[in-house]
Design a protein around this ligand. Structure first.
Ligand SMILES: [Mn+2]
Length: 351
């Protein structure tokens, strides 16, 4: 069946959602979501702590649609230091954001985006626990479904894919602001359409979004092609202490490294993408010390090792090839624990 794809943003946009993903979410679940949204006057949106492009982009995109339906919308994420990462400040719709302290204490209806575990709600955990209804929209296979309604599809390349599906079902119109938000989610979670999650349906979705006239070159520059000079110096320190052992490459970045160059924590996100280039390594790990002194552990696999399972066992989550968790241990103890969990999921092979 050919999707009803329009190429103009000024016309009502419709497509057959069944062409977008494998349809792992039952129609009855979508119907229930539409009912809950229809009944609510105020809808509280949340994405995971230290939001990435998919989390924030999906949340703001749906926020635009709900607003156009006349809903009151508040959106947030539960970080102690409530700041939108510099890379994502170009996203439209940030006037919807409120700090966690101003978030409704017991929302009538809450929707979470790209939040794989209850823990990843951070400071919004209490609000979520007190919410009357919680719709969980996510694509992490490890998602435990902590809400009252799950819209979880691990075959979706990004939560943005599911956000677009929700938009169709709500009868929303795709405009450029929504497209910028959804495209940011899609392009970041597929690694610029390089990951194996990049199906024909992903490119078809990208085509719909780009057709609204968004500037893919400007979005790419915002996301990947700029950083303060201090980033180069912190990167140099991280690369200098990188270690390669048994197919695993790893390094770490301390608060002291960052303070020396005035670099905020959020600027460290790209380091893993440089470390994981290592030909000799199957698995890459970067430990990033946050402002609270905890280690945020980013891990990547080239396919043979399931870092998602290893990170889930350590209280985090993610995907087979990209995952993370928080460690309160030292660097050495953190790496020991990670190696041990990786061994339990069968990597490296014995011998
Ligand atoms: Mn995602």
């Amino acid at each position: 069946m050919t999707p009803d794809v329009r190429d103009r943003a000024d016309r009502p946009f419709r497509a057959d959602p069944r062409t977008v993903t494998g349809g792992a979410i039952p129609e009855a679940a979508w119907d229930r979501a539409l009912r809950l949204i229809g009944q609510a006057d105020e809808i509280a949106l949340a994405c995971h702590v230290t939001p990435d492009g998919d989390a924030l982009g999906s949340m703001l995109a749906v926020g635009f649609v709900l607003r156009s339906m006349g809903k009151r919308v508040v959106a947030s994420f539960g970080d102690h230091h409530f700041v939108v990462p510099r890379l994502l400040r170009f996203l439209p719709g940030q006037d919807m954001l409120v700090p966690p302290q101003d978030y409704p204490a017991a929302p009538e209806l809450m929707i979470t985006f790209d939040v794989s575990t209850f823990e990843r709600l951070g400071l919004l955990r209490e609000n979520t626990a007190r919410a009357r209804e919680v719709i969980v929209i996510d694509h992490h296979p490890s998602n435990e479904g902590f809400g009252t309604l799950s819209l979880i599809d691990s075959t979706a390349a990004a939560t943005a894919v599911l956000a677009e599906q929700l938009m169709y079902r709500l009868g929303g119109r795709l405009d450029r602001d929504i497209a910028v938000c959804l495209y940011t989610g899609l392009v970041t979670d597929t690694g610029s359409f390089r990951h194996s999650s990049t199906t024909p349906a992903v490119h078809q979705m990208a085509a719909r979004l780009v057709a609204t006239g968004l500037r893919t070159d400007e979005i790419a520059r915002e996301l990947w092609d700029r950083s303060p000079f201090g980033y180069l110096q912190v990167l140099a320190a991280a690369l200098e202490r990188a270690a390669l052992e048994d197919g695993l490459v790893w390094t770490y970045v301390t608060r002291v490294d960052r303070a020396a160059h005035g670099l905020p924590y959020a600027e460290l996100e790209g380091i893993i993408d440089i470390v994981r280039r290592t030909d000799e390594a199957e698995v890459a790990v970067v430990l990033k010390e946050d402002d609270q002194g905890d280690w945020q552990v980013s891990t990547r696999s080239k396919g043979k090792a399931d870092v998602g399972a290893a990170c889930a066992a350590l209280g985090g989550g993610g995907h087979h090839n990209a995952a993370g968790y928080t460690s309160h241990e030292t660097v050495e103890a953190t790496m020991d624990a990670f190696r041990r969990e990786l061994g339990k999921v069968g990597w490296p092979r014995a011998g």
